[in-house]
Ligand binder design. Structure first.
Ligand SMILES: Nc1ncnc2c1ncn2[C@@H]1O[C@H](COP(=O)(O)OP(=O)(O)OP(=O)(O)O)[C@@H](O)[C@H]1O
Ligand SMILES: [Mg+2]
Length: 413
């Protein structure tokens, strides 16, 4: 029975499909290939890696470490996170314990994960993170233990944080700090390639950020793998399974219409849409969904207040990466694309001319803006310009401009 989840990463009985992607990751890990897993927002990157690690641990006896750098403030904090995450695995903690030496007793007595982080912060700082980091990875890669997979999530947020000050300016020192961290990661991947495999999850424009700082080459020990949306058949099967789990009837034509609405079946949007239809049915006191239920749920829920909250979440992340100059430019590009359905070379020239006229610097951010919009799945290059790939993202933008959703193809509702 597939359990519904809207928001947090999923694994186990909440995780649906992704068989091929799981196989690719497993083969890469068993091969010792480091992976850069990229994919648009909410595609299920974290879930795929969490589920992969769960299976690698259970089926192949491989030790795993999942490090989320979302709130890491710098390289020292990243090393602290690696050590404290080792606490969750008995075999890794044993290896790290030798390295922790004298301070271990104090830490073990305290035990909680947060306490460990706090205690480690006093020992690992900006002056020694590289040596400490080398030593801890040396301990983790110990010859007496088995293979280890380290997954690093939200690396782009850490690098962005290191690179830019409060005014989103990149000083030479900041670029140097980011370079040092990326070089440290790269060197350790090479040094321990027989023992440690690293999976980096590239959410929110890792490649554009590295490119902006001239650091793209630091990722060349990683083999790129892109996580794509579900094919409509898989999304429809997921909807059918969710419906069965919750005692609902979603006929195939309703599921097909839901997938047509989304256009790009991003797993999170599929789950959101199921949740919206389920609420619609509960209100109506029915269990069988009609095409009208699916359409009403789309308009009132997916494009209503609850959808707006999800859109804000997308935009918050975009703001974090693009800063006060690039963010409004991105919003304007999205609005103009939503209005006409396409963003052409001519549109770009016109808008750049407008931005230059106001002299606020917006035009210089255009290359990064377009790369982030493309990387994060808002826009895709197509014949004649950029278009929205996801119907939902396009309709969110249209709704915020007071425009009706894009019409469905003839075969739809
Ligand atoms: N394999 C899956 N099976 C079922 N639902 C999934 C799956 N993958 C993702 N989802 C849905 O997508 C949501 C987001 O998943 P996840 O956090 O893994 O995505 P992400 O790509 O890491 O997102 P972000 O871009 O915010 O980092 C989950 O809450 C769930 O609703
Ligand atoms: Mg994620």
């Amino acid at each position: 029975m597939l359990k519904k989840t809207v928001g947090n990463w999923v694994d186990g009985d909440r995780f649906f499909d992704r068989h091929d992607d799981l196989l690719v990751l497993r083969d890469a890990v068993l091969d010792g290939t480091n992976i850069l897993l990229s994919g648009q927002r909410r595609m299920g990157k974290t879930s795929l890696v969490r589920e992969s690690l769960r299976r690698l641990m259970a089926e192949d006896g491989i030790s795993t470490l999942f490090v989320d750098l979302e709130d890491a403030s710098g390289p020292a904090d990243a090393v602290v996170k690696i050590v404290s995450e080792a606490r969750r695995s008995a075999s890794l903690w044993q290896r790290v314990a030798g390295w922790l030496g004298d301070s271990l007793e104090q830490i073990e007595a305290e035990a909680s994960y947060e306490d460990i982080r706090f205690a480690l912060r006093a020992q690992i700082h900006s002056g020694n993170w590289k040596d400490k980091g080398d030593a801890v990875l040396e301990a983790i890669a110990s010859k007496s233990g088995g293979q280890v997979v380290i997954a690093i999530d939200e690396l782009s947020l850490l690098i962005n944080h290191v690179l830019k000050d409060d005014d989103y300016q990149m000083s030479r020192e900041r670029v140097e700090q980011a370079r040092e961290f990326m070089a440290w990661l790269r060197r350790n991947c090479q040094t321990h390639r027989d023992r440690i495999t690293v999976i980096v999850l590239g959410s929110v424009g890792l490649q554009p950020i590295l490119k902006q700082a001239g650091l793209s080459a630091t990722m060349n020990v990683f083999s790129a793998y892109e996580l794509r949306p579900w094919p409509p058949k898989t999304a429809s099967d997921c909807l059918a399974e969710l419906a069965a789990s919750y005692g609902l009837d979603l006929p195939s034509e309703v599921r097909r219409a839901m997938c047509q609405r989304l256009r790009s079946c991003i797993p999170h949007h599929v789950q959101q849409y199921f949740d919206a239809v389920q609420r619609q049915l509960r209100l109506a006191g029915r269990t069988k969904a009609s095409l009208k239920d699916a359409e009403d749920a789309y308009h009132t829920d997916m494009l209503g207040t609850r959808g707006r909250i999800e859109m804000d979440h997308y935009e918050d992340r975009m703001k974090l990466i693009l800063g006060p100059v690039g963010y409004p430019v991105a919003l304007e590009v999205l609005a103009r694309t939503a209005r006409s359905g396409i963003w052409t070379c001519g549109d770009r020239l016109d808008y750049e001319h407008e931005l230059r006229t106001f002299g606020e610097g917006g035009e210089t951010t255009m290359p990064l803006v377009l790369e982030v919009l493309e990387h994060d799945g808002y826009l895709a290059r197509s014949e004649g310009g950029y278009r929205f790939e996801s119907g939902l993202l396009e309709d969110w933008q249209r709704a915020s401009l007071g425009l009706a959703p894009t019409p469905l193809p003839e075969s739809g509702l």
